[in-house]
Write a protein that binds this ligand. Structure first.
Ligand SMILES: [Zn+2]
Length: 185
């Protein structure tokens, strides 16, 4: 797969800056998330996927599907957390979980990740409009929370951004086409 960014971790938690490189397993799980995101796009959902990993095993994963589920909270991260908590029969996750998500989390999702005590968060594309892990605000670095998430951005970001751009472009084209059909009727 092209566009794998083998560049140093870009930690956005000031206290946790590291000079390391993306681990091979991080690349593997983010690729998995991107493959699932492509499937989501084919079903008409915004292609955002979260994969929650513990001991190199997936314990939860989710597509962004608020439209299909008629559920405003059905963001990929929330679905992955719900799946893991149900599977583990626990409202909190075991230590050393990593959540891989193809887009920077929003306010709701970063809150849920903190409540669930996810250890590491790695996201691909930034969300400049409402991202809460560095773009608009950096919630994981706020010291009023009693849990700290190590957050890293930019793994496979080009791939994820391109997929999102393509999805929204196609959706706009489709909306325009439908509008033209209505006008001509
Ligand atoms: Zn969200």
């Amino acid at each position: 797969m092209r566009n794998i960014s083998l560049k140093p971790y870009q930690s956005i938690n000031r206290q946790l800056i590291t000079d390391g490189f993306w681990l091979l397993e991080d690349i593997k799980w983010m690729r998995r998330a991107l493959t699932l995101a492509k499937q989501g796009a084919e079903r008409g959902e915004v292609p955002v996927v979260a994969v929650l990993v513990h001991n190199q095993q997936i314990i939860g994963q989710g597509f962004n599907e608020p439209i299909g589920r008629h559920d405003v909270t059905a963001h990929a991260e929330i679905i992955a957390l719900r799946e893991a908590c149900t599977r583990l029969n626990n409202y909190r996750l075991p230590r050393q979980t990593t959540l891989y998500v193809t887009l920077e989390p929003c306010t709701m999702c970063i809150g849920a990740l903190i409540h669930a005590r996810v250890d590491r968060l790695i996201y691909a594309a930034s969300e400049p409009r409402a991202g809460m892990v560095g773009s608009q605000m950096n919630l994981p670095t706020q010291d009023f929370y009693n849990h700290t998430i190590q957050a890293y951005k930019g793994l496979c970001s080009t791939h994820s951004s391109l997929m999102l751009k393509t999805f929204f472009r196609k959706r706009r084209q489709l909306a325009k086409k439908n509008q033209n059909i209505e006008t001509n009727e």
